[in-house]
Design a protein around this ligand. Structure first.
Ligand SMILES: C[S@@+](CC[C@H](N)C(=O)[O-])C[C@H]1O[C@@H](n2cnc3c(N)ncnc32)[C@H](O)[C@@H]1O
Length: 290
């Protein structure tokens, strides 16, 4: 028979032994635990973004001239989406938004004008992923038809609207993406570019859930010896369709410049002779649908 000790003394609990478990506190649009905010040092909260090198791991490559660097998606997804949320990218290109959505447990719908590109980008995903996680639509994002197609995919994915909008349009005619007349890089004038951009912004606005965010990635250009501030006019067009502006982030371009090294001296000469400065930045502009 086991003899019970009757004189066992319970140690008094000291205050320091008590581990206080704080409840998880998040915003409506992100999984960041605000009660552990000091643990998110990798998340940027200031308006100057410097990424010395482009991330090449995790399924990303630099084969598409004009793609954005994956670190932009990483920053935006962690701050402005929750797990399983849907990111809508209306200028899908080589699919950076989709690849990073998968890497981070989010879903994505991408719209791209060029059918051959949409097809080749599909090959980056498994047939199952293309049903459940990443939906690629070949369409002209300015149109009502594109909007209807996105709605149909949202429905299949069990959502009415997307939770983050990404817009990375051509920077007017700086890089020609195709000969298609619907291509924003093929506009006859910059005014036409702005008007088509505004149509895409309106479609994006309608497809986004209230309270959620939109990111516009864009740079400016020079033409006829003057600066054309594409970024600021596109920001105004975002406001026209109903978005409020939350932040203008300046991002350095070191990570995504290609072959500039070879022509750097020529550009330097042109800058000195022409009285202008060489672009070293682009913008990540943030908006909210309130
Ligand atoms: C700057 S790139 C986007 C690159 C993309 N973010 C990536 O990382 O690969 C712009 C893309 O928009 C596409 N595009 C241009 N006009 C379009 C339109 N009207 N509708 C849909 N896509 C369009 C171009 O074919 C091009 O692939």
């Amino acid at each position: 028979m086991v003899k019970l000790k009757t004189n066992t003394k319970l140690k008094p609990i000291k205050k320091a032994d008590l581990q206080v478990v704080k409840p998880v506190k998040t915003t409506k649009y992100s999984d960041i635990n605000l009660n552990e905010w000091k643990n998110y040092e990798h998340i940027k909260t200031d308006t100057l973004w410097e990424f010395p090198t482009r991330l090449k791991e995790g399924g990303h490559s630099n084969e598409y001239h004009g793609n954005y660097i994956p670190q932009i998606a990483q920053q935006l997804y962690e701050r402005f989406t929750k797990k399983n949320d849907i990111v809508l990218d209306m200028f899908f290109g080589s699919g950076t938004s989709g690849i990073e959505a998968l890497n981070m447990g989010r879903r994505c719908i991408g719209v791209e004008l060029k059918d051959e590109l949409a097809e080749s980008v599909s090959e980056k995903f498994t047939p199952k992923e293309l049903v459940t996680d990443v939906n690629i639509i070949c369409a002209d994002s300015t149109t009502e038809l594109a909007k209807e197609k996105v709605k149909a995919r949202l429905d299949i994915m069990g959502e009415e609207q997307a939770q983050l909008l990404i817009l990375h349009p051509p920077y007017d005619d700086i890089i020609k993406f195709s000969d298609k007349k619907e291509d924003l890089s093929n506009c006859a004038t910059t005014e036409e570019f702005y008007d088509l951009f505004e149509k895409v912004a309106k479609n994006g606005y309608d497809l986004l859930e209230k309270g959620r965010f939109a990111a516009l990635i864009i740079g400016d250009k020079y033409a006829n010896s003057q600066l054309i501030p594409l970024g600021f006019e596109c920001m105004r067009r975002m406001n026209n369709v109903g978005f409020i502006t939350k932040s203008i982030i300046v991002k350095d371009m070191q990570g995504n410049e290609r072959a500039k090294g070879k022509t750097a001296n020529l550009w330097r000469y042109r800058a000195l002779a022409g009285g202008f400065y060489i672009f070293k930045h682009e913008y990540v502009m943030l908006f909210q649908k309130v």
